[in-house]
Design a protein around this ligand. Structure first.
Ligand code: NI
Length: 379
């Protein structure tokens, strides 16, 4: 059959069986030669040194084996300390004078030149920080008033992104100091103000009111909103008999320990209760425990209140005995004094018993009694 095919005239002569055998042999030889060449180790030059490397070696594999010894630079902080070793620029490697990729395969005769990567300094970030203001107190006295509101300043800080180390800091705007005035009533006339905190409480406040009435002495009651709510008739009597009814918060928390919102609520809830009960709209407040700080004073100022402390404190709440309370007040009172006493908070029999004696003793020394509002008006 094949003979028959061979005799076809269009079949080329060179595609004879012998020629096919030769062609196959050539192809096999070429394949073997290529395989042998591929498996043969290469001889390359790394930074001037002749090195025999395994077939198929790449720039990356030589770096991994330490044949190429150049390393990456370090990542430095803004003050020059090393944050990350080898965290900087990658090593710079050239093959035959041209930049080369890590994956480049190497052939005999290739020349590699490597240089260590440069150190890189971390980048910087710019942030703005508040500069707190200082609070200065001016003067002396029991009446507190913010004269100048404190305003925080602004500082622009440039710092290392990784290390946080400060490079520069610039005051963009300086803080404005807060100035709190502590004023005292002008000590011209011999006047004092009696004040009673933490009431009204039945059995105590009413007894004090009886004594004040008998002596025709006005006083100031810093009442708790919740006590006014419970004993409206006492709050109404305080006002009806010419005394000043003022605010001592709703439930007596230390304002320095509650947030702004709670301070506001304490002042307003108590103020509303006093107003609904007596029609008195008071702006006078004594913070519970006399505790204030810059933040609280700012809150109280925002609520348009006058902050009243005291300068004579006989510690009647410790119940040191009626005579001690009287002696302490008489010894420390001076023209313009605001005297701290309590009609609530606990058993106040000692205080109740002391009030008449205090009035008598101070009157004997030429003192007159006024409310806080009146004494403040005289400053
Ligand atoms: Ni109190």
């Amino acid at each position: 059959m094949s003979r028959h095919v061979l005799h076809q005239p269009e079949t080329p002569l060179w595609l004879s069986a012998r020629a096919a055998v030769v062609l196959v042999a050539v192809l096999v030889f070429a394949a073997l030669a290529a395989g042998w060449a591929a498996a043969r180790p290469a001889t390359v030059f790394v930074d001037g040194q002749r090195v025999r490397v395994a077939a198929g070696s790449t720039v990356a594999s030589l770096t991994e084996k330490g044949v190429v010894s150049a390393t990456a630079g370090d990542l430095l902080s803004v003050d020059g300390a090393v944050i990350a070793r080898r965290g900087g620029q990658a090593p710079d490697i050239e093959r035959n004078g041209l930049p080369v990729d890590d994956g480049q395969r190497l052939y005999t005769g290739d020349r590699l030149v490597s240089r260590d990567g440069r150190d890189v300094t971390e980048s910087v970030v710019t942030t703005e920080k508040a500069v707190p203001f200082e609070t200065r107190f001016e003067g002396k006295g029991p009446l507190l008033e913010i004269k100048t509101l404190g305003v925080p300043g602004v500082m622009r800080v440039v710092q290392g992104e990784r290390s946080g180390i400060e490079v520069t800091s610039t005051v963009v705007s300086a803080p404005v100091d807060e100035v709190v005035l502590r004023t005292a009533p002008r000590p011209g006339a011999k006047i004092v103000a009696l004040t009673f905190d933490d009431g009204p409480v039945p059995g105590q406040t009413d007894k004090i009111l009886d004594i004040l009435k008998a002596n025709q002495v006005p006083a100031t009651f810093f009442a708790l909103g919740k006590a006014v709510k419970r004993h409206p008739e006492l709050a109404q009597r305080i006002v009806a008999e010419g005394h000043q009814l003022a605010n001592h918060s709703f439930s007596h928390p230390a304002f320095t320990r509650i947030d702004d919102k709670a301070v506001k609520w304490q002042v307003q809830a108590s103020g509303k209760t006093i107003y609904k009960t007596t029609g008195v709209e008071t702006r006078w407040i004594r913070p519970p425990y006399g505790q204030t700080d810059t933040r609280v004073l700012k809150d109280l100022r925002a609520l348009k209140t006058h902050v009243v402390m005291w300068d004579v404190d006989p510690q009647d709440w410790r119940r040191p005995g009626t005579d001690k309370i009287v002696r302490n007040v008489v010894a420390n009172a001076k023209p313009g004094s605001i005297i701290l006493l309590h009609d609530g908070g606990n058993d106040r029999r000692q205080t109740v018993a002391a009030v008449g004696k205090i009035i008598a003793e101070l009157r004997a020394r030429g003192y007159q009694f006024v409310t806080v509002q009146d004494i403040a008006a005289m400053k």
